[in-house]
Design a protein. Sequence first.
Length: 564
Amino acid sequence: MSQRAANRRIRLLGVVLALALAAVLAKTAWVQVVQGGSLARRAQAQQIETVVIPSSRGSIVDRNGVELATNDNETVTIYADPALVQKLGSPARESSRAARVLGFDAARETALLKALAARSSRFAYVERQAPADQARRLERLKLPGFGFSRDPKRIYPQGALASQVLGYTGVDNRGITGLESIYDKELSGHSGRQTVVRDPAGHIIDVQSTSDAKPGADLALTIDNVIQFDVQQVLEQTLIDQQARSATAIVLDPRSGDVAAMATAPGYDANNVPVVPARYLPNRAVTDTYEPGSTFKLVTVAGALSDGVVTPQTKFTLPYSIAVADKTIHDAHPRGSERLSVSEILTLSSNVGAITISQRLGKERLARWISAFGFGKPTGIDFPRESSGIVAPLDKWYGSAAGTIPIGQGIAVTPIQLAAAYATIANGGVWVQPRLVERIGGKAAPAPKKRRVVSPYVAGELMRMLRDVVDEGTGTRAEISGYSVAGKTGTAAKPDPKTGGYSSYRYVASFVGIVPASKPRLVILVTVDEPHSSIWGGDVAAPAFKEIALDCLRYLEVPPDRTG
């Protein structure tokens, strides 16, 4: 090769090297100048992470300070970064090792493997709220891409006690039903944040900043755990004795509106919600309605007395049955024509008598009294999804409605509405809004609303009539030795959606009582849905009332108010 040719090759090589060097410099400049910020952010994102520090959910306690809902602060949520698992380990191996420690079955192990093998994912839950000992064993294995975070789990130390009132939380510790739901904001508090630096394997090597979590407020209820327990025991036994579908009870202080107990049987353990039948979950005392039957006659008589159309001594000659529009309504038991006073009509629970009183009152005034006692609208009790009940507007009182509504048919109420109505009479005519929460985070809950419904005189007359119901009327099985008792029985056939009429065998039996009648301390309502041994409120619900009332009077050390 000539010298000239060699020089040309050297010059060509120099040009190629210069061009290559220029390309490298250009690429470097592009990366540093144009893409530098983006790449820096990506690098930082791979190393710096903000971790949520969960707040401690507030406890729920009864009025004596007994914990009804609290937290297991030892539980840990385990998560993983699938991209790191794939880069530094094996999804199959890591899912198998984690499944052994956590006790997963084959299906859950397969689901975990699928999550860890996802190509585009940077986050996957391995186990929510795992026991601390399992989490510690897994953490010691130092599986690549796995992370651990304290995550308190809601627990209910008293099991089934007041479960339908308390409600429950989801796996994220947010309230789903009951008081857990309506007071979720107060109970939840505020989560904290922690900025951490991780090494390539995902392990924390530095903490850059921390903002502390703020714990949620505690709730102190009006519920008394002792009374609540006794009520639930009585209801469960009533279900067995009566072979009934369900039973509900409320124990209410008529002076303050405080609910000392509220229960529906069957109940459930709030720690095991996933396996509980759905029909056991609602708090039927607040969310469900039923036709009250004869317990509603109190409203009819109260309105007539208040408007001066009758007195307790006003007498009517009453046949066994009465025609109202296209319907003939009769009393519960066959009899001849009788002359009964207003007081005797309530004592003996005469349907014909209550309708006769209502006819003298008039449907317009009766409708106003129904509203005055709070029916057809929520009581405002601090519980979610309270039903308003079902009260047809006056212009929809077609046909026989003017005859059925005064005796508690063709109208639907909630147990808490009816208990509050009877508490109005026990409280000298003043309605007090019922409540379940006494204090929130150490501060008193808002005072319950109050309003006068009937005069003290009318309330006193009604109390005397209700005492007669227990002493010599349909409620004698509610009598308690040493105590005066006022109350009213109710027996109502359930609507039959198939026929549009009423069932011939499905009933709700109820009793609402006030004790001691001379100085009321408690209003106790009991309803039993579809009893089988008897349909009558005096046979089915009154004995349950008596047992609950006896337990309460002894526990509260209420002195007897009568002899004999």
